[in-house]
Write a protein that binds this ligand. Structure first.
Ligand code: GLU
Length: 430
């Protein structure tokens, strides 16, 4: 559920940093991570907080606070999204940047981890205001981002349009002969503005694929399985789209406005059409009934896909969960206490850094195309994505079996070991 009060907001952000640190410590303890490397990975490299003005439609000026936290770049340039949300602050950006480092390391990409955004509620601003806010934020970030330094991408409440504004603003600050060299300063751009085919659906397709791989491994079919989705943005929608195509049934959805249910199945494309025409809200959709938000995670279903914010599955709702699989489309949706409860109940969790890594893998493909002056077809992108995700999935499953640990711990072990190896081989300057 998307929370509103200050108190809940505080719990949300503290929880995320606390969770990612506990997940890291757990895996680091198991592998006996070199204590010097542990010291490095426990902290973020750089943290930028910017206050910048933007003109509102009524002529007044508002001052906003933006963040970019760069956690680690030992494997390559910093990489990660920008989110626009009231819960964005320095601790949230730190936690999300750390998850990006583990995500890119697990995926075997030549990237580090970063995250940032602006603390605001985008619903309160017009499109023209959001454009000015985004451009002024980009200007404030200046050369702290860059195509070979730190590459932002979409995240909660940002999209390909946001990336196009960032690209245009960043390029405009460069001399004409330098401009086209900077196309890969952001990924997740519209296809017409240097984006890649398939990046729009890459995260949701990846979530779907990890569920499919899991089902194949467990010898279960996805046909007629009931799934529920929290968040009907880019990730929630595309995941539901692909699962529905596979014969599974979307039976409930929750978004920032409320929850809806239909045991016989909610038609995914119709719900998208409805929400697009209804200011992004699913509430009032005629082919479903409204239910109380508190009932959502306890609903009778097979698969739960949290695809909204962090810390949604907690020790309060975890005991009520009836599904046997949780596929984390969001970053950090399950807190550590909830995870203990779920694992004891025998519920599997496909961890965020594996489950939603299709997004950043898609970003990597876009970055490569821009860098090499190439344009790949949709089917080529999707095949490459599937191959990469399958490799990660198999590695996580094998590590989980070999070390007798859950999937999240296995994913963290693979990521941390890759970083440890890089540090051991390169040493510490000077
Ligand atoms: N924001 C997405 C994530 O959390 C995508 C990041 C990217 O493509 O760089 O993974």
């Amino acid at each position: 559920m998307v929370t509103n009060t200050q108190k809940q907001k505080k719990a949300l952000k503290q929880g995320m940093l606390d969770n990612v640190m506990r997940q890291f410590d757990n895996a680091a303890d198991i592998i006996g991570l070199n204590p010097n490397i542990r010291k490095i990975l426990e902290v973020t490299n750089n943290e930028l907080v910017v206050h910048f003005p933007a003109r509102m439609d009524n002529g007044e000026v508002e001052v906003f606070t933006g963040y970019r936290v760069q956690h680690n770049n030992s494997l390559g340039p910093y990489k990660g999204g920008l989110r626009y949300h009231p819960t964005v602050d320095i601790d949230a950006a730190r936690a999300l940047a750390m998850w990006m480092t583990w995500k890119t390391a697990l995926a075997g990409l030549p990237y580090g981890g970063a995250k940032g955004g602006i603390q605001l509620d985008p619903k309160k601003y017009s499109l023209a205001e959001l454009e000015r806010i985004t451009r002024r934020f980009t200007y404030a970030l200046g050369d702290n981002i860059g195509p070979e330094l730190d590459i932002p991408a979409p995240d909660v409440n940002t999209n390909s349009q946001t990336m196009a504004w960032i690209l245009d603003t960043y390029m405009s600050t460069k001399s004409p002969s330098e401009r086209s060299k900077n196309m890969h300063v952001v990924t997740g751009k519209p296809v017409g503005a240097g984006g890649s085919e398939g990046r729009d659906r890459a995260t949701g397709y990846g979530v779907f694929l990890t569920i499919k791989f899991w089902a194949e491994k467990k010898n279960v079919t996805l046909k007629d399985k009931k799934f529920i989705v929290q968040g009907f943005g880019n990730v929630g929608y595309w995941t539901a789209h692909f699962l529905e195509k596979e014969g599974a049934k979307l039976t409930a959805v929750q978004d920032a406005y409320g929850s809806i249910i239909n045991e016989n199945g909610i038609p995914v494309e119709k719900l998208l059409e409805y929400s697009q025409a209804n200011k992004g809200s699913i509430l009032g959709f005629s082919a479903a009934q409204s239910i109380d938000n508190s009932e959502f995670f306890g609903l009778d279903c097979d698969i739960i896909i949290p695809a909204a914010l962090g810390n949604q599955i907690t020790s309060i709702n975890a005991p009520r969960i009836k599904a046997y699989l949780i596929a984390e489309g969001a970053n950090g949706p399950t807190d550590v206490e909830a995870e203990e409860v779920l694992l004891k109940k025998g519920i599997d969790i496909i961890p965020d850094i594996l489950c939603n890594s299709g997004g950043v893998i898609g970003s990597y493909f876009e970055w490569l195309q821009n860098r090499n002056g190439e344009i790949w077809q949709l089917d080529e992108v999707m095949q490459k994505l599937e191959k990469k995700l399958k490799e990660s999935f198999v590695k996580v499953m094998n590590t989980s079996t070999d070390r007798n640990v859950d999937m999240r711990t296995a994913a963290f072990i693979i990521a941390i070991e890759r970083l440890e190896e890089a540090y051991v081989q390169r040493g510490i300057f000077p």
